[in-house]
Design a protein around this ligand. Structure first.
Ligand SMILES: NC(=O)c1ccc[n+]([C@@H]2O[C@H](COP(=O)([O-])OP(=O)(O)OC[C@H]3O[C@@H](n4cnc5c(N)ncnc54)[C@H](OP(=O)(O)O)[C@@H]3O)[C@@H](O)[C@H]2O)c1
Length: 246
């Protein structure tokens, strides 16, 4: 039985991904901050899919919980085949734009914690010469915009870190996958008016599972049409882009 470790397991996208892993008979090591939600999720996966699930606590803004949760999960399972880092927060850009503490908190929650966890996973997989490290970044990290550049900056940091890690791990037999969803209809975007660009979290979760199961290394946009959209967005000259209201 293969084992997947999922950080931010209670996120809607991670839950949908976990269901696919459960259906494929992987052992699930689920890590999250909200222990009540986590227990409900574990019970649901056990009841509906007879899944083999263990749960662990971490808080993305408490660095003492990063290595501890990884070590606890590894001790529980004996071995880990794949890691997915899924947690994140989407702040109100206008509210936090001038607040140093709030900015730093968001950068740690969406960026620094993710890079720390990926480093811990890389330290584990590198000597084994195998494994998979996947992260949910975002199209928001591809270009800074006035409406969400703090979240976007943290995601851009993650995407660049994963690009370098992938280059390093390519030579060690470890797969490194960056997942860039566009808009997904989840609690994170509950306040955003929906349009045709929104994907459902079960569809996104299925794509993530398929890419991870295939051991894919690289960058995937989910849905795939976001690759073209972001290619166009990135090609707009800065002299023009800075004048737009986005
Ligand atoms: N929805 C979108 O349109 C979209 C687009 C691109 C990328 N993404 C990314 O997809 C990932 C999953 O998001 P989602 O859309 O599924 O949203 P979601 O359902 O709101 O999930 C966010 C998750 O992050 C967790 N989290 C927040 N702060 C945390 C902390 N300090 N420590 C540990 N966990 C924390 C939350 O846990 P609690 O419930 O315990 O707070 C929750 O499980 C995120 O990385 C997000 O940035 C989403």
């Amino acid at each position: 039985m293969k084992t997947v470790l999922i950080y931010g397991a209670t996120s809607a996208i991670a839950q949908a991904t976990a269901v696919n892993f459960a259906l494929d008979k992987w052992k699930l090591l689920l890590v999250a901050k909200n222990e009540n939600k986590l227990n409900d999720l574990a019970n649901d996966l056990k009841t509906r899919y007879s899944a083999d699930v263990s749960t662990f606590y971490f808080d993305a803004i408490d660095d003492a919980t990063y290595q501890k949760s990884f070590d606890e999960a590894l001790a529980n399972a004996g071995a880990i085949d794949a890691v997915l880092i899924a947690h994140g927060t989407l702040p109100d850009q206008e509210k936090i734009a001038s607040n140093l503490d709030a900015i730093n908190r968001e950068i740690v929650a969406n960026g620094v914690s993710v890079v720390n966890l990926a480093t811990i996973a890389a330290n584990y997989f590198e000597p084994l010469g195998k494994g998979m490290i996947a992260v949910i970044s975002s199209v928001a990290g591809d270009r800074g915009r006035q409406s969400n550049y703090i979240y976007g900056a943290a995601k851009g940091f993650v995407s660049t870190y994963f690009q370098g890690l992938r280059n390093r791990m390519f030579h060690k037999g470890v797969s490194v996958l960056t997942i860039k969803p566009g808009f997904v209809d989840t609690p994170m975007t509950s306040h955003v008016p929906k349009n045709f660009l929104f994907a459902s979290y079960p569809a996104v979760g299925k794509k993530i599972f398929e890419a991870m199961k295939a051991g894919k290394s690289g960058v995937i946009y989910v849905p795939g049409f976001w690759r073209l959209i972001m290619c166009i967005v990135k090609s707009v000259p800065e002299s023009l882009f800075m004048k737009l209201k986005m």
